[in-house]
Design a protein around this ligand. Structure first.
Ligand code: ADP
Length: 171
């Protein structure tokens, strides 16, 4: 049910890919840039429409679009917290990213979903702390809700995250 892979999330064959977006929804660097480049302009166009309606996406929230040219059917864009020392609500905000992404996936009948290591790039969240939040939150959310989701893949870009997630999943 929970899996760990190392590599590029745009290559993973799942129903939904989660994007570590920023609150503008207009694209950025890191995984966000890679998803928009690989998926093509349709995704950004939908993000623009959502932004026109609701004015971007607050931290911890998520929105869903189609996935353009990606193998996935959906991209779920969620906005992780910027790490600010840890006492500014970062763990709850990060957990909300995972919960809201899973909720949207469930509402759309998604059976498989891939997450990047949200907030651990430019947003500076310590990787070990973020990995714990990710795995614990996903496990308990799936236990507490009867969703369509059968498979969750944590896609790690770097070796350190890959090792951290493997340790946590093995437990
Ligand atoms: P954030 O702003 O949330 O920190 P980043 O995109 O900077 O977002 O980084 C989030 C995580 O995504 C980092 O661990 C980074 O190494 C990873 N990442 C970058 N590119 C990819 C990719 N193509 N596939 C999966 N993960 C990626």
């Amino acid at each position: 049910m929970l899996e760990v892979q190392q590599g590029d999330i745009t290559k993973v064959e799942v129903d939904a890919v989660v994007n570590a977006a920023n609150s503008s929804l207009l694209g950025g660097g890191g995984v966000d840039g890679t998803i928009h480049r690989a998926g093509g302009p349709a995704i950004l166009e939908e993000c623009r429409q959502i932004r026109a309606k609701q004015g971007g996406c607050p931290t911890g929230e998520a929105v869903i679009t189609t996935a353009g040219k990606l193998p996935a059917r959906f991209v779920i864009h969620t906005v992780g917290p910027v790490w600010n020392g840890g006492s500014k609500g970062e763990p709850d905000l990060l957990a909300n990213c995972y919960r809201n992404s899973l909720r949207l996936a469930g509402e759309n009948g998604v059976e498989s979903i891939a997450f990047p290591n949200i907030s651990t790039g430019v947003y500076g969240y310590p990787k070990d702390k973020a990995a714990k939040v990710a795995v614990e939150t996903v496990k308990s959310y799936l236990q507490e809700h009867n969703l369509s989701i059968k498979r969750v893949v944590f896609v790690c870009f770097d070796e350190e995250n890959y090792r951290l997630y493997q340790e946590l999943i093995a437990k």
